[in-house]
Write a protein that binds this ligand. Structure first.
Ligand SMILES: Nc1nc2c(ncn2[C@@H]2O[C@H](COP(=O)(O)OP(=O)(O)OP(=O)(O)O)[C@@H](O)[C@H]2O)c(=O)[nH]1
Ligand SMILES: [Zn+2]
Length: 198
């Protein structure tokens, strides 16, 4: 994913968020005039816009841009797609890997578009369950495949850095549509994403 360029940041949003960050940093007991923090409110305002840029992007359009007619009707899997998102309860990161499979029904999609839509839906304030279903439903509705499956494994900083402080806990969510409701197809997918070979 290309780095969001300076000119793509909304000037008014950057300015408003910058001023609010300045207040927040001061409320937390810091001195925004010390050298290391002088540009921090602006940097943080830009970082937050970068991390929530998914609101401005249309995942269905991304998929539609690279759909090709093809008579392939076996499973296609893209696994270990790394993602970074923000938990909507604490605005702290949760991140991990997404695994996506689909069985085409006349159309395949450009492989890179699957990680791209993971980015679109993860760069928002999210919960892992909704992220899983948004990716699943977008592929199902746009590509209309025989079936689609999404598994997400993630570490939540709100459970590791604070709160319950469980540093090794990993949350797994999954969703299955169409042919993946079938236990054999689902098992084949789950075996393939846990295999070290592919
Ligand atoms: N289901 C779900 N819960 C999440 C996700 N990210 C964070 N949470 C949880 O959201 C909940 C918010 O609970 P609250 O009791 O309102 O917040 P809290 O007092 O900060 O809770 P603790 O984290 O237990 O200290 C917590 O249990 C978090 O673990 C997510 O992606 N999915
Ligand atoms: Zn949280």
């Amino acid at each position: 994913m290309p780095y969001k360029k300076f000119e793509e940041y909304n000037v008014k949003v950057t300015d408003d968020v910058k001023n609010r960050y300045k207040n927040i940093i001061e409320d937390l007991g810091e001195d925004t005039q010390r050298e290391g923090l002088l540009k921090t409110p602006e940097r943080a305002a830009k970082a937050m816009q970068y991390l929530t840029q998914g609101y401005d992007q249309d995942a269905a359009e991304i998929l539609k841009g690279a759909m090709f007619k093809e008579d392939y009707n076996d499973m296609v899997i893209v696994k270990d797609i790394e993602f970074y998102s923000l938990c909507e309860h604490h605005i702290l990161p949760f991140f991990g890997k997404a695994h996506i499979a689909y069985i085409p029904n006349g159309h395949i999609v450009g492989l890179s578009k699957l990680p791209r839509i993971v980015d679109v839906f993860s760069r928002r304030l999210q919960v892992q369950e909704r992220l899983t279903h948004q990716i699943l439903d977008c592929i199902n509705d746009t590509l209309q495949p025989e079936g689609v499956a999404v598994v997400i494994e993630a570490s939540h900083m709100c459970m590791q850095m604070r709160g319950v402080q469980k540093q090794n806990s990993v949350t797994t969510t999954s969703g299955f549509r169409g042919a993946f409701q079938n236990i054999e197809t689902r098992t084949e997918f789950l075996n393939l994403i846990s295999s070290k070979l592919s």
